[in-house]
Design a protein around this ligand. Structure first.
Ligand SMILES: [Zn+2]
Ligand SMILES: [Zn+2]
Length: 370
């Protein structure tokens, strides 16, 4: 039997049982061992994305149908392979430890063909979003290419976070990398501000320290002093406490001071609200790049001359490509990166864990352990 939690808009999860699914011809069934709880599971539960001037809904896409089994941070073992998959192929066998690249879209358009699934119009098809995800004891995966083998040096409870929080921040850091390398060449040193020191931010910190030039100062900003303490322990070169009592002018002043030469050459915003995006932007040097990651939502106002006279770039990233997940798994295995603090919950207790994530009461990441 398969046990799964299902979600419908704004109601508690419901535990259900059905038969273990049959593997699709070109795909596989994973027996789930760990499944991460991501903040976007909460957005899905509320069926809402704040666009600033209006709210949009997952169900605006007619192909997206509740109820759904959430969960897109899935690690486990291959339980069975499809009829068209060679069971003796070296790259994937029953029993292998794997993570799933959950961002599976239509599979037939030009973007999907090039594995640029995030650009596909049917990106809502992914595991835990449009098709059943990891809050279940078994998960159906359409094609075996979406399964990435996990080397023994990465514990599966760490591996489960790589397809979303890990991959998103890997994409953010590598998107920022060319701009920072260029400024490093020109100036000799640079600084990068990472906004949000939760689970996503701590992954980002680890990756930024490994990937960006050694002469880059990495500073983390957060409203929570405890999170910043963990960030310092994990290698941040500096922190900025965005105390709620600060005026905007004061917050920007202390942020700029935390950079090098009174500002930052790069920003990765993992919250991405009006306040964080505007503060980040206003704390940058000319020639900087800002990467927007978070899904907090809302709108922000930027003075347009700041882009022209300031030669600034702002870019959004949405999770990452399959090839990037393979690169990330190899990097984490080689560098033994330290994951954010983890708290484990049972499948039966998944709804309580989601409520804690919703209320911002979690340090690091929550993971369902099977
Ligand atoms: Zn996620
Ligand atoms: Zn497509």
């Amino acid at each position: 039997m398969r046990k799964a939690q299902i979600v419908a808009p704004q109601t508690p999860l419901e535990l259900c049982e059905d038969a273990i699914p049959t593997p699709p011809p070109k795909g596989a069934i994973i027996k789930t061992l760990y499944s991460g709880i991501c903040h976007s599971d909460i957005n899905q539960w509320f069926n809402e994305i704040n666009q600033g001037d209006k709210k949009t809904h997952f169900t605006d896409n007619p192909k997206y149908k509740f109820p759904i089994v959430p969960g897109h941070e899935i690690a486990g073992v291959v339980h069975s392979l499809g009829s068209e998959v060679d069971p003796d192929a070296e790259d994937l066998k029953v029993g292998d430890e794997v993570v799933a690249h959950p961002w599976i879209s239509c599979g037939s358009c030009r973007f999907c063909y090039e594995n640029e699934n995030s650009l596909c119009d049917q990106r809502h098809n992914g595991l835990g979003v449009g098709t059943p995800g990891g809050y279940a004891t078994y998960v159906w995966v359409r094609e075996k290419k979406y399964l990435v083998k996990v080397p023994p040096s990465i514990p599966l409870e760490v591996a489960c976070m790589l397809p979303c929080s890990g991959l998103t921040t890997y994409n953010a850091v590598t998107t920022l990398q060319p701009a920072i390398e260029r400024m490093n060449k020109l100036k000799g040193s640079t600084s990068v501000l990472l906004v949000g020191a939760g689970g996503l931010g701590l992954w980002c910190l680890q990756l930024a320290k490994k990937i960006l030039p050694k002469t880059t100062r990495i500073v983390m900003a957060d409203i929570n002093e405890k999170n910043l303490k963990v960030a310092l322990e994990r290698g941040a070169d500096g922190t900025v406490l965005w105390d709620r009592n600060l005026s905007e002018a004061e917050a920007i002043e202390i942020t700029k001071k935390a950079g090098t030469d009174g500002g930052f050459d790069g920003v990765i915003d993992m919250v991405n609200s009006k306040i964080t995006a505007e503060r980040g932007f206003k704390s940058t040097h000319r020639g900087s790049k800002m990467v927007l990651v978070g899904l907090y939502g809302g709108g922000a106002t930027f003075a347009l001359p700041g882009f022209v006279h300031g030669l600034r770039t702002v870019q959004g990233v949405l999770v990452g490509r399959l090839a990037q997940l393979r690169e990330l798994v190899a990097l984490v295995a080689e560098e033994k990166l330290v994951p954010p603090p983890l708290t484990f919950y049972s499948l039966d207790d998944a709804f309580n864990a989601m409520c804690l994530v919703r209320d911002g009461k979690v340090q690091g990441r929550c993971v369902i352990k099977f």
